[in-house]
Design a binder for this molecule. Structure first.
Ligand SMILES: Cc1ncc(COP(=O)(O)O)c(C=O)c1O
Length: 424
């Protein structure tokens, strides 16, 4: 399989294929279950899974025209597939963007963004509280290719402004952050980016479009680890970038065609079906998380709780305005260590709480209908030095919970088993 070079930009081949026939004014919940491509000639009600690597062309002349981007058609599943296209259209509709490109993972979406927008000599400003692999990709891996990144505290707007350089092309953040749930002012960050001639990319994995649509606050690109809430049932690894059509077509698609960051049709189909229940899942999980956060806050063995829905959260008002009045389904809390012994005792206390659970899943994944629990300092942020972790507030006593659809009373009982038996 080789790509014929074309002087025209590499457009997604499904761009000219009509969308599913929906009235323009149907609402988001309806789009979440119906947006996509038209049904095939067989009239299936559930979207078809096109498990095919390539597409048969009617004749050699058509194949030439299609490879040259003169005619719209599916050619090869490395860069376009009808099931993937349905997922892309549905997610773009939910995020309120013109277009979307599915990728094999959330990190693939971030790498695609970097490869599409940056070259040697360019500069990125990034929140210091982003996912561990994102820190590594931007701070270590891209540095090898001459891209410099400055990391700043996510809520410190003067620090974002001060970090801007004439070569800054991209600002990158997550909101709320993992695991401390810090909430960034997205509108202010979009303004800083645009005044400096840069773009703002927001990793919207924690909220999903069910709670937060960063494009409404001026963000240019929305990144997803679809592995999280979009799938919602912990089945597949997947990702996506949402943004303006022109930008994705001209700068992202050429990289997509050559770099092989492809989302598989099967995984796209799983996430496509996940999107149908996204909003009811995320709202229910967010409500359970708030209940759990209030319960933890009054627990004598808990030092502090991080959840944007709590009035005590430092950016509570901003979170309510940006996240449709919801705090989200992820929280973290610091276990009160009953032993003297600093960092080691704090870690032992957190491990005790985690190991005392009988219902919760001990896994670093989040956004699942099953409630998950993890120790960020030794898992998602385990590659940082202890000093970096302390600076970022990822202390050893911290435990993160992603609240699922379990009965929240069972989650409380599971956590209380360890909290009420901490070693003295
Ligand atoms: C906020 C955030 N962004 C990106 C990623 C990376 O996603 P993936 O694991 O799908 O590559 C993760 C994964 O945990 C994440 O939590």
């Amino acid at each position: 399989m080789s790509d014929t070079p074309s002087s025209r930009p590499a457009r997604p081949p499904h761009e000219g294929i009509p969308p599913v026939d929906l009235p323009d004014d149907v609402r988001l919940d309806t789009r979440a279950v119906r947006e996509g491509l038209p049904r095939s000639r067989w009239g299936e009600n559930s979207e078809a899974l096109f498990l095919t690597s390539s597409f048969v062309q009617p004749d050699a002349a058509s194949a030439a025209a299609r490879f040259g981007n003169e005619e719209e058609a599916f050619i090869y599943s490395r860069f376009a597939n009808p099931t993937v296209a349905m997922f892309e259209r549905r997610l773009a509709a939910l995020e309120g963007t013109e277009a979307c490109i599915g990728t094999g993972s959330g990190m693939g979406a971030i790498l695609l963004t970097a490869m599409a927008l940056l070259k040697a000599g360019d500069h990125v400003v990034c929140s210091q509280s982003v996912f561990g692999a994102t820190l590594m990709l931007l701070g270590r891996d891209l540095a090898k290719f001459g891209v410099q990144t400055t990391f700043v505290p996510p809520c410190d707007l003067p620090a974002w402004r001060a970090a801007m350089r004439p070569t800054t092309r991209l600002l990158f953040t997550e909101s709320p952050s993992n695991p401390l749930t810090e909430v960034c002012d997205l509108r202010a960050l979009a303004d800083i980016a645009h005044e400096g001639g840069a773009l703002l990319a927001v990793d919207n994995c924690f909220c999903s479009p069910a709670l937060q649509r960063p494009v409404e606050f001026g963000a240019d690109l929305i990144i997803h680890s679809a592995t999280k809430f979009l799938d919602g049932q912990g089945r597949v690894v997947a990702g996506a970038v949402c943004g303006p059509r022109q930008l994705l077509d001209t700068q992202f698609m050429p990289v997509m065609r050559s770099a092989g960051l492809t989302l598989s049709a099967f995984n796209a189909w799983v996430v496509l079906k996940g999107l149908e229940t996204l909003s009811i899942r995320v709202l229910a999980q967010s409500q359970r998380a708030l209940e759990l956060a209030h319960w933890l806050q009054q627990h004598p063995q808990v030092l502090r709780v991080h959840h944007p829905g709590l009035p005590s959260h430092p950016q509570h008002a901003l979170a309510m305005a940006q996240q449709a009045g919801h705090g989200g389904a992820v929280l973290s809390f610091e276990v009160r260590s009953l032993q003297a012994g600093g960092v080691a005792a704090a870690r032992a206390a957190a491990f005790h709480v985690i190991d005392s659970t009988r219902v919760l899943s001990i896994t670093a994944n989040l956004g699942d209908t099953k409630t998950t629990i993890t120790h960020p300092a030794s898992t998602s942020h385990g590659r940082l030095t202890e000093d970096q972790r302390q600076a970022a507030g990822i202390v050893q006593g911290l435990v993160r919970v992603s609240v699922g659809l379990d009965d929240v009373r069972d989650v409380m009982a599971d956590l209380d088993r360890g909290l009420s038996t901490l070693p003295h």
